[in-house]
Each structure stands twice: as C-alpha cells, then as structure tokens.
Ligand binder design. Structure first.
Ligand code: EPU
Length: 448
C-alpha cells in the first residue's frame, strides 16, 4: 500500500463557494439521476427553429440550463422555467435580436444557435465559446460544414458573425466524430434546401435525444448510428413539440463510481444500461458488483479492485467524461492501470490534486498501452499510469472543470480526513444540488 499524506494548499482562501467533505463513509441508499446537461441545452436551442411553443420536460436545474435560458431570452424568446416541475416552455414567435451579446457566464452552447438564427433572420452573431480547460476545442468542423451549406462565417474579435442567403444541403464528412459539429449541422439542415448527409457523425445518446425532438417538430432525419451516418431532408417549416430530456449518463457514472470508491451500495435510479454499456463492462471487469433492475442500476463496492486498461473514445466507446471518476477508483485497484485519452489532448490536469491526496499517477505524452492516436505527435499529456492500491488523504484541492470536479468530490468522499474543495461553480454548471443529493446517501459534505 503506497502512502503519501495530502499537503496543504493556500488557494482555499479564494472567493466562491467551497465544499468541505469528511471522507471515509460508504455511500448507501438510492439516488435519482436528473435530465442530461448535455442534452437539455441542445433541445432548448432546437425550439428556436419554430415560431410555435415547445415544452421540454425532465430539465436539470443547472447553470448550463440557466445560461441557455438567458441566451433564448436575449434573442426574443418567451421562456418559462418551472423549477418545481423541472420543465421549460420556450416560445419564439419572432427572433428579435439574432445578435447574441456576451452572456453573463460562458458555455459552449451559443455556436449551436447559428443555424436556427440564420433560418429565422438570414444573419446571426454569437459570442466565442467558453467551456473547460481540457484542450484547444476549435470549431473548424462547424465552420467548414456551414461553408459547404452556403453560409459565410466570419470570426470577429469576440464573436462569430454568419450570413446566408439560402442554406442548402451538402455532403459533409467530419475528420473526427464531433458531438457539437454533428448537432450544429443537424440543426441547420432541418430547414435547409435539399438533403444533407453527415458521415463520420457522432452518435451520442444526447444527439439522438435532439433528433427525437426535431422529428416531433416535423424534421425528416434518418439516423444510422452503426454506420455513423445521419441524413437530413430539409423541410419548409417546423412546428412546436413536447419532449423529455434523457437521464444524464454522466451523473449515473459519477454516482456509480462514488458508490464503488467508498465501498458503499447505491441504487442509481433512472440509469439506462443502453447508455452505459462500456462503463458497465469496465465496472464488471474490475470486480465491482453491478445489478440491473427495473428503473435503475445497483452498484456495490468492495475494498479492492482489479486494474484496468481504458481508452476513451466517442460513443459507443468509453466516454471521455467518465475517465476522471474512474481514475479515482483505479487508485484502489491492485496493480497498474492505464487510461489513454483520445478525445481531448489535455484532460489530466486534475491528477495533480489526486497525487497530493496520495495517489500514485504518472502522466505521459505517449499513447500508453494502445495504438497511436491523433495526439501521438503533439507532445500532449494524454495518458496516465495509475498504481494501486493506495490510501487517499483529505487535502485542500481545486476543481478546474466539471468532470475533474467530480473526481475531486469522489476522491474526497473516499479519502481519510477532511478535504476543502474550491471551484464549486464548475460542478454547479452540470450537477443539480449535488451536496444535498450526496448528503442523502450519507456523505458528510457541506457547502460554505
Ligand atoms: N474538434 C475539432 N474541431 C471541431 C470540433 C471538435 O477539432 O470543430 C475536436 C475537439 O477539439 C475534441 C474532439 O473534436 O478534441 C471532440 O469534441 P466534440 O466536438 O465532440 O466536443 P463538444 O461537442 O465540444 C461535447 C460535450 C462534452 C463532451 C464531448 C465529447 C457538450 C456541451 N459538451 O463537447 O462534455 O466531453 O462532447 O463527448 O455537449 C462535459 O460535459 O464535461 C463535456 C466536456
């Protein structure tokens, strides 16, 4: 057993909310997962394609939802977010301002509004993207696809300006199956002239949720996930629809991993096996107890696990948003584990804090244990070697992005002693009232 006691950090005096977590308690009970953060925002943007009202159910109350409400209101939508019922009604009879000003907070959603705003107004401007410090995250695929569809996009200092006489269908093949670019083209293609074919499309469940809504609105979309092909035949008009957000598979994995890392037992209600296949296979391989039930999945932990080799990849592969929680869990595996990240080039920054808590993790620019990926020649630290089992100790640590933040929380829950975690605003972007919900599972977590 390696031991390396957590050190003190002084950035805990930074402003903003903090979590204080006293670790070492096995989580137990049941928890219901909320609607998907990465689906709801896209459904809200889809509503801008019609002048009729749309109703979205199972809406998570997160900051990303709030930012998207703000975006819709700025362009002239009437938005009613019912926080009790977790529903949002959006009605955009007219787009009053196709120029979206700087929003109060940033996320990566505004660029997806380009298609709907162009169809409604002929031109549009959206602020440059925000998001997480996990890689360069360019939007060249979006822009190249739009240009093929007859849209002219200009980068200004703080925004993108787009103009189109008529948006027409096109054949588009992405160099990598990008979630955002696939969504952007689907949204723009629904009202375009003629057929758009997307090859090497991303086929994440959240994108299918968007496709479902657009079909209910009258869009003609052929979805062929096995071939990574989406075909859209443009229609003249879309109408209002009512749709439900799918359960958040990232929340499901977060709670599952927290249960396994604390040696607890949690029934994750709403978790869908078909969205989690690659995670469930790994949880099983490492020796975690997984039981599928009606309406959810039970995860039961133990003291020690088998090590794993994981390579992240687009759906249906092991998701990049899952490697952070599972990295914490692998500190409890007996032997050497490897994670090779192939979606983002810079997504292991959080491991520095895990090391300070006692983890033994080596970060590498090589494609450890797997064939070379597109980051092989970029000197990007995109692989880690984790040796266990180790004991984690509470420490003062700082979240830098949403999924890294979940790794921090799980590490603190599993660690001996107290942790103080800053940067809680990252978690609030995508997890609703996380401390209350973990508290109901027996976690000793306080927001200050
Ligand atoms: N890429 C390009 N050019 C582009 C677009 C993407 O090079 O024009 C690259 C990116 O740099 C990255 C890869 O392609 O290396 C994949 O990016 P993708 O476009 O698929 O990601 P995204 O749409 O920006 C969404 C989620 C992410 C999630 C990824 C992958 C939302 C709002 N975000 O991002 O979620 O990790 O897909 O599944 O849906 C999170 O929730 O924490 C999060 C980061």
């Amino acid at each position: 057993m390696f031991e390396n006691k957590g050190l003190l950090r002084y950035d805990i005096f930074m402003s903003g909310d903090k979590f204080i977590i006293r670790g070492g308690r096995p989580l137990a009970g049941e928890i219901e997962i909320r609607g998907s953060k990465n689906a709801v925002t896209k459904l809200m943007i889809a509503s801008l394609l019609t002048d009729e009202p749309c109703v979205i159910e199972n809406v998570p109350l997160t900051h990303d939802t709030d930012i998207t409400v703000e975006l819709c209101e700025k362009i002239g939508s009437r938005v009613l977010l019912d926080r009790e019922a977790h529903t949002v009604k959006i009605h955009t009879p007219e787009v009053l301002h196709p120029i979206v000003p700087e929003l109060s907070r940033k996320n990566r959603i505004p660029v997806l509004a380009l298609g709907p705003l162009l169809h409604r107004s002929g031109y549009a401007e959206v602020p440059v993207l925000g998001g997480c410090p996990i890689g360069h995250r360019p939007i060249n695929f979006h822009i190249e696809a739009f240009e093929k569809m007859g849209v002219e996009v200009r980068r200004k200092e703080q925004s993108y300006f787009a103009e189109a006489g008529e948006i027409h269908g096109a054949e588009i093949e992405f160099p990598f199956p990008s979630v955002g670019a696939t969504e952007n083209v689907i949204l723009a293609a629904t009202l375009a002239q003629g057929r758009t074919t997307i090859k090497n499309a991303a086929v994440e469940p959240e994108i299918y949720n968007l496709v479902e809504m657009l079909r209910l609105m009258g869009a003609k979309i052929l979805w062929k996930p096995e071939e990574r092909v989406v075909e859209i035949d443009g229609v003249n008009k879309l109408h209002g629809a009512s749709v439900s957000v799918i359960p958040d598979r990232n929340e499901a994995v977060s709670f599952a991993t927290a249960a396994l890392a604390t040696g607890g037992e949690v029934w994750v209600r709403g978790a869908r096996k078909e969205h989690l296949k690659s995670f469930l296979a790994k949880a099983d391989e490492m020796g975690g107890f997984v039981s599928l039930t009606d309406g959810g999945i039970i995860f039961k932990g133990k003291d020690q696990y088998r090590p794993l080799r994981i390579e992240t990849s687009p759906h249906p592969g092991f998701m990049t948003d899952w490697q952070q929680p599972i990295c914490v869990l692998l500190t409890r595996a007996d032997g050497e584990s490897i994670i090779h990240e192939t979606v983002y080039e810079d997504r292991f920054g959080y491991t520095a804090d895990l090391i300070r808590m006692g983890a033994y993790i080596e970060i590498s620019g090589e494609c450890l244990g797997f064939s070379p990926c597109r980051f092989a020649s970029q000197a990007a630290n995109h692989s880690v070697r984790i040796r266990g089992p180790v004991k984690l100790y509470g420490a003062a640590i700082a979240m830098t992005d949403i999924r890294a933040g979940m790794a921090h929380i799980i590490a603190a829950l599993a660690a001996e002693g107290e942790s103080i975690i800053t940067g809680v605003e990252h978690i609030d972007r995508g997890y609703e009232k996380i401390e209350e919900r973990l508290g109901r599972l027996g976690a000793d977590i306080k927001r200050i």
